[in-house]
Design a protein around this ligand. Structure first.
Ligand SMILES: Nc1ncnc2c1ncn2[C@@H]1O[C@H](COP(=O)(O)OP(=O)(O)OP(=O)(O)O)[C@@H](O)[C@H]1O
Length: 810
C-alpha cells in the first residue's frame, strides 16, 4: 500500500474520530439532563401527587395523577436509556470506527460510493450520509460475499447490482491504522492469519471483521424455519451463531428483543465462555440455558435425574458390570426415532385402553377411585385428543370434589376440628363471619319483606339462627381448607399416573409390542425393562429416560408452551436425541430453530445426525422450511494439528485446514505414570514460558481428571484448576478437564493425559479423542505410558513428531 494512500485513510480516520468526539460531547449534557430529571421525578414523586381517596371522584383523580406521573417517569427513563445506548455505541466506534471499506458503483449511477463498515452505523450531522455502515446492513453484505468485480446485494426493495472496485481491510488501534490490506479475494487471509495466531482467551471473541462467505450465508439466513449447520471442529459454528443472533436483532429490531432468543449450551461453563460476544457487538445477551435445566424444571421435584455427563461416565467406566450391555442397548434405543414412534403409538393406543390414574384419597378414604376416573375418562369422546380428554376428566373431578366437599360438611371429623380450632384461627374465621353478618341481616330483612308481601311462611322459619349459621359456615370453611390440596393436585393433573404409564411400557415384551406395533426391539429388552422399572421405583431416572418421560407426561397432560421465544439456537446439536428436538419444537411452537453441530464429535450415546438425508431434523419442519449449510474449513487449529486430527476420524477427508502453520503434534511415550507426570510438568512450564497462557490437560473421564489433578499437583505443577460439571466460569490457566466439558471451547495448548490403547480403543472413544485434540489452537501433545491408541498408531508418521528419547518405540 503506498504511503500516500495510507495518509489519505489516516486523515479520514482522524476526521471520523473528530466527528465522533463532537457527537459524544453533544450527547453528554443531554444525558446528564435526562438523568437529573429522572432522579428528581423519583425523589419528588409523591410530592407532586395529591393523594385523596375520600370520595369516588377524589380517588379517580389520585389514580389518574399517579398514572400520569409514572408515565412521565418511564418516558424520561426510556429517553435516558436510549441516549446511554447511543453514547456507548459511539464510544465503541471511537475505539475502532471501522474494519472494512468497499468502493461500489451501482449500475445506472455515475458515482462510486465509498462504504466503510463497522460494528454500528454512524451518520453525518444531516442524517443522510453514512460515514460508517453497520456490518449487518444489506449493502455491507457485499464485503463478506464478493471479491472485487461484479457484485450485488439484496436491498429491501430488490437486488442492486454493480461493480465493486475496491475491497480494503483495516486494523485500527488507539486512533491509528495499524494494518491495511487490499483484498482481491473475499476476506483476505492476511488479516485472518493475524487474528488466528493470537492466544486463546477465557472468553470467545467476535469475528465480525473476518466473517467468511460461507459463514455469512448462515448468519444472514432469515428464510428457513430450521437452519442446520454441520461444521468441522473449529469451523466457526458457535462464533457465527453469535454473529447471527446480532444480525437477527438488527434486522428485526422493531419486533425482536434479545430475551426472545434462547441458546441451548452443552454445559453451564460454556455459557460463561460465550457471554461476552454480543455485548462486544453492542447487543444484549440472549437467554442461555442447558437441556438439563429444562428436564429438571419439568420433572425435578418428582425424580432425581441423572445428567448426560454421568451417563457418559457410566458408558466409559462400567464395562465390568453385569447390567452394562443391556443399559447400553437401552440408552441407544430410548434415544432413537424408533422409540419416539413407539411412544407416539403408545399414546395413541391409550385413547382406547391402558390409561392409569391415581385415586384421590382424603383422610385415609378413597374419595374417587382410579377405576372411576378410568371409566369417566373412557366415556369422553374418543375422537378428541388425549390431552383434551384429560381436561374433560379434570373438569369432572373438580365438579365431583365440589359435591363431595358439600357432603363432607356433616362428617364427625369436622365437628372435632371445630372444637380444636385455636383462638387465632377462630378469631380469623369469626372476623370473616362478622363481615358476612351484614349480608345475613339484609337477607333476613329481605326474607321478612317477602313473607309479608306473599303472606306465607318462609321454609327456614324457626330454625334460622346466627349461631347455627355461624357453625355451618365454620364447618364449610374447615372442609374447604381441607379440600384445597385435593383441588390443587387435580389442577396440576396429579391424578394421572404418569410413572405407571411410563413403567407400563416396560412391563414386558408383549405389552410394548401390543401397544406400539414396534417389532425392531433391542435383544436385551427384558433386562432393559427390569432396569427401567427398578430405577423408577427408586424415584430416579436414567438420563435416557428423562426426555421420553417428560415427553409422555406432556403429551398426556398437555404441553407447556413458551410462545414468547422466536428463535431457538442449539449448539452441539449432534448431542441431542430426536426426542429432545420434538420436545423443543413443541415447547417453543412459535420459534425458528438453528442447530449447529458436528456429527464427528457425537460422543454421547444419544445423538442425531445433522446432515444425513434421513436425519430427523429434516422432518421436524419439513424439507421446504429447512436449510442446511456445511462448514468444512477449520480455523481454530494450525494446519499441522488439523491434518493430524482429521486423520483420527474414519471419514474426515472433507475437512480443510485454514493455512496457518505451527509445530506438528508431539507424541511422548514414557515409562511410568510418575515419569509422565514429571514430563508434563516440565512441558507445561515451557509452554508457559513460550507465552501460552491457556493450557488444558484433557482426560477421558472425570475420575481420570481427578487423578491427573492430584498426581500433577504432587509433581509440583502449579496453578492447576480442576474443572468439573459444577464449574460455572472459565478462567485462564492450566485446566484439568474431562473432554465432554471441553466441548465447544479452545485452548492455546492441549495435553492429552493418557493416549494409550486402554483409554481410546473402542469406536465410540475415537470421537472422544478427536474432540479432545481439536480443542488445540497452537500446540498439541499426546502422552502415553503403554501402547498408543490404535487411532494414533495407524497415522502416517509424518503427521507428528516423536519425542526423541522414545522415537525408537513406535
Ligand atoms: N471468520 C473467522 N474469523 C476469525 N476467527 C474465526 C473465524 N471463524 C472461526 N474463527 C475462530 O475459530 C475458532 C473456532 O470457532 P468456533 O468455536 O466458533 O468453532 P466451532 O465450529 O463452534 O468449533 P467446535 O465444533 O470445535 O466447538 C475460534 O477461535 C474463532 O474465533
Amino acid at each position: 500500500m503506498d504511503a500516500k494512500e495510507w495518509l489519505v485513510e489516516q486523515d479520514r480516520l482522524n476526521h471520523i474520530r473528530a466527528k465522533l468526539k463532537v457527537r459524544i460531547a453533544e450527547l453528554e449534557p443531554a444525558m446528564a439532563n435526562f438523568r437529573d430529571q429522572v432522579t428528581s421525578i423519583r425523589k419528588h414523586f409523591w410530592e407532586d401527587v395529591t393523594v385523596n381517596t375520600s370520595t369516588h371522584e377524589d380517588f379517580e383523580e389520585t389514580f389518574y395523577a399517579i398514572n400520569q406521573q409514572t408515565a412521565v417517569l418511564s418516558e424520561r427513563e426510556r429517553g435516558h436509556n436510549l441516549l446511554i445506548q447511543q453514547w456507548k455505541s459511539l464510544n465503541r466506534l471511537l475505539r475502532n470506527p471501522y474494519f472494512g471499506r468497499i468502493d461500489f458503483q451501482e449500475v445506472g449511477l455515475n458515482d462510486t460510493e465509498q462504504i466503510y463498515i463497522g460494528v454500528s452505523s454512524f451518520l453525518d450531522e444531516d442524517g443522510l450520509n453514512f460515514l460508517v455502515y453497520d456490518w449487518r446492513s444489506p449493502i455491507a453484505s457485499m464485503y463478506y460475499d464478493h471479491s472485487p468485480g461484479p457484485a450485488f446485494y439484496d436491498a429491501p426493495y430488490g437486488r442492486i447490482t454493480g461493480l465493486m472496485e475496491l475491497k480494503r481491510q483495516f486494523q485500527i488501534q488507539g486512533g491509528q491504522i495499524v494494518t491495511m490490506f487490499d483484498a482481491n479475494v473475499t476476506i483476505g487471509d492476511e488479516l485472518l492469519q493475524q487474528v488466528l495466531s493470537k492466544g486463546a482467551n477465557s472468553e470467545m471473541k467476535s469475528i465480525v471483521a473476518t466473517i467468511q462467505k460461507e459463514q455469512n450465508a448462515m448468519i444472514r439466513d432469515d428464510k428457513s424455519r430450521m437452519l442446520i449447520v454441520q461444521g468441522a471442529a473449529g469451523s466457526g459454528k458457535t462464533s457465527s451463531a453469535l454473529q447471527r443472533v446480532a444480525y437477527l436483532l438488527y434486522k428485526n429490531r422493531d419486533t425482536l428483543k434479545a430475551d426472545q432468543i434462547i441458546l441451548f449450551s452443552p454445559n453451564p461453563i460454556f455459557n460463561s465462555y460465550v457471554s461476552t460476544v454480543l455485548p462486544e457487538l453492542g447487543e444484549e445477551n440472549m437467554q442461555q440455558t442447558t437441556f438439563q435445566e429444562y428436564l429438571e424444571d419439568g420433572l425435578g421435584a418428582s425424580f432425581r435425574i441423572e445428567d448426560l455427563f454421568d451417563q457418559l461416565e457410566y458408558e466409559l467406566t462400567a464395562h465390568q458390570t453385569s447390567e452394562y450391555a443391556a443399559r447400553l442397548q437401552g440408552m441407544k434405543y430410548k434415544a432413537s426415532t424408533g422409540f419416539l414412534n413407539a411412544l407416539n403409538q403408545y399414546v395413541l393406543g391409550l385413547g382406547s385402553k391402558g390409561m392409569m390414574f391415581n385415586s384421590i384419597w382424603f383422610r385415609e378414604r378413597e374419595l374417587i377411585s382410579a377405576e372411576q376416573m378410568r371409566s369417566q375418562f373412557y366415556s369422553t369422546p374418543p375422537s378428541l385428543h388425549l390431552s383434551d380428554r384429560v381436561e374433560l376428566l379434570q373438569k369432572w373431578l373438580l365438579d365431583e370434589l365440589v359435591l363431595l366437599e358439600r357432603r363432607e360438611i356433616d362428617a364427625e371429623w369436622v365437628l372435632e376440628e371445630l372444637n380444636y380450632l385455636d383462638n387465632d384461627q377462630y378469631a380469623e374465621v369469626f372476623g370473616e363471619l362478622h363481615k358476612d353478618r351484614e349480608v345475613f341481616d339484609i337477607a333476613e330483612q329481605y326474607a321478612e319483606i317477602q313473607e309479608k308481601i306473599h303472606k306465607k311462611l318462609r321454609k327456614d322459619e324457626g330454625d334460622f339462627t346466627f349461631a347455627h349459621q355461624e357453625e355451618e359456615l365454620l364447618r364449610h370453611k374447615i372442609v374447604k381448607e381441607s379440600f384445597k390440596p385435593l383441588r390443587r393436585s387435580v389442577k396440576k393433573r396429579m391424578f394421572i399416573h404418569v410413572q405407571g404409564l411410563y413403567a407400563q411400557m416396560f412391563s414386558d415384551q408383549t405389552t410394548i409390542l401390543e401397544m406400539t406395533h414396534e417389532s425392531d426391539m433391542p435383544s436385551l429388552w427384558s433386562e432393559i425393562c427390569e432396569q427401567t422399572r427398578d430405577k423408577l421405583n427408586r424415584l430416579e431416572l436414567f438420563y435416557e429416560d428423562a426426555t421420553p418421560y417428560l415427553y409422555l407426561k406432556e403429551r398426556i397432560e398437555g404441553v407447556r408452551t413458551n410462545t414468547q421465544i422466536k428463535y431457538v439456537f442449539v449448539d452441539e446439536g449432534q448431542d441431542y436425541s430426536p426426542f429432545q428436538y420434538e420436545y423443543l419444537k413443541k415447547r417453543f411452537p412459535r420459534a425458528r430453530m438453528t442447530v449447529l453441530g458436528d456429527f464427528r464429535q457425537a460422543i454421547f450415546m444419544q445423538s442425531t445426525s445433522l446432515h444425513e438425508s434421513d436425519s430427523p431434523l429434516f422432518k421436524l419442519f419439513g424439507e421446504a422450511g429447512t436449510n442446511m449449510i456445511c462448514l468444512n474449513r477449520s480455523y481454530r487449529s494450525t494446519r499441522e494439528i488439523v491434518m493430524f486430527t482429521k486423520k483420527l476420524l474414519s471419514a474426515g477427508d472433507e475437512i480443510v485446514p485454514f493455512d496457518r502453520s505451527g509445530k506438528k503434534p508431539e507424541l511422548i511415550r514414557l515409562e511410568s505414570d510418575e515419569i509422565r507426570d514429571a514430563q508434563m510438568r516440565r512441558d507445561i512450564a515451557s509452554l508457559r514460558a513460550e507465552g501460552f497462557d491457556s493450557i488444558a490437560v484433557i482426560t477421558k473421564t472425570a475420575a481420570e481428571s481427578r487423578k491427573a489433578y492430584e498426581t500433577l499437583g504432587i509433581q509440583g505443577c502449579e496453578g492447576l484448576l480442576l474443572i468439573t460439571k459444577k464449574t460455572l466460569t472459565f478462567e485462564k490457566g492450566v485446566l484439568v478437564i474431562p473432554v465432554y466439558l471441553a466441548k465447544g471451547v479452545e485452548f492455546d495448548a492441549v495435553l492429552i493425559y493418557d493416549t494409550s490403547s486402554q483409554v481410546y480403543r473402542q469406536e465410540n472413544e475415537r470421537k472422544l479423542l478427536y474432540t479432545a485434540c481439536t480443542r488445540a489452537m497452537h500446540r498439541l501433545m499426546l502422552y502415553s505410558v503403554s501402547d498408543w491408541s490404535p487411532f494414533v498408531e495407524v497415522l502416517d508418521r509424518d503427521l507428528y513428531n516423536l519425542a526423541p528419547e522414545v522415537a525408537h518405540e513406535i
